[in-house]
Design a protein. Sequence first.
Length: 367
Amino acid sequence: MSQNKIKSIKKLAEEDIKKIAAGELILSPSSVIKELIENSIDAKSSKIQIITKDKGMKTIKIIDNGIGIPQQNLETICTRFTTNKISKIEDLSHLQSLGFRGEALASISCISHIEIISKTKNQNCAYKASFKNGKIIQPQKETSPPKPIPCAGNDGTQVKMEDLFYNFKSRKNHAIKNLNFNYRIVLSLIAKFSIFYSHISFTLRKEGKKIPELKTNGNSSTFSNITNLYGKDLSNNLIHIHKNFQIESKPVQINAYISKGDTPKVISKNSKIKISTFTLFINNRLILSSSLKHSIEKIYSNLFHSNIHPYSFLSLVLPTEWIDVNICPSKSEIHFLYQKEIHSKIQNFIQEILFQNNSVIPNQFTH
Ligand code: ADP
Ligand code: MG
């Protein structure tokens, strides 16, 4: 019998540790875009432009008009666990921002090349810096320690990511194999954000192309963005739900658009966007919940006695102290108190309103 030699236990190289951690958060171009859009939203931007090359594998550039990154913070902005959104763990119980882990820029800088140009209102000019493996690097061959360099720029931040997974072969091969699928996820992700954040103007454009793939004007409403992006065949058949109720004397709000029946298969011949049949935001955060999606589908299949794919766009506002957002690095799953009760309330409201089925559609979600 052959005896397996036990390998010695060693700490991994610092670079590999960083790459493994980054790999948990950044799976494809859409993960980069989600993290960068969330940063622009946290920075109170009213305009967010996304430009891609090679479907986000070669370049992703996000330009916002938010508060900017102060010059003195730029140098260390890609250091892991560096954030200005919380200062201690207790802050998580009253979190107002989408980010808090201080991981996204650090992770992205470990699996791609990043350049950031940023200007706050109080600065006379913008500052630019490039990063690798979480650290600022020198743009030219200079001997002095690297520093952000002054440059021209508008108020706000521009993050340019290039060569995604250049140093992560298996992830790159997988992303290239699924290039079109991943790009459809990018489109549907930006559509979901622009529908919910209807007061922000979003533009998605391919580098070198004038006509955007997706554009919203920023002074719109949730309902009109659903119409613009997903078409009238869907929006003409939506029902609005707006309910406030209490659990344990604490306020809960549900705001939703649901379809009267099946989701239309095609928006228009020219549209590249596919309708995402289920979208859930909890306290302004895009959340995955296959259990709620299935229970909503079940209501329709019971009602219509057939397997149909309803459309639902839901926004829940819960007391922040009920929510634990620190479940996974991407923060796309959360735990919250009274989940069962809240899910069953949503199901009851949907069931009830589908029976009535004659609602007036108002224009705006309240954020
Ligand atoms: P987090 O969002 O969890 O704080 P990130 O790594 O995504 O971590 O960003 C680190 C920090 O960089 C943020 O806390 C914020 O202060 C700053 N930052 C990132 N992107 C922007 C942006 N677009 N505008 C202004 N500040 C930004
Ligand atoms: Mg962030």
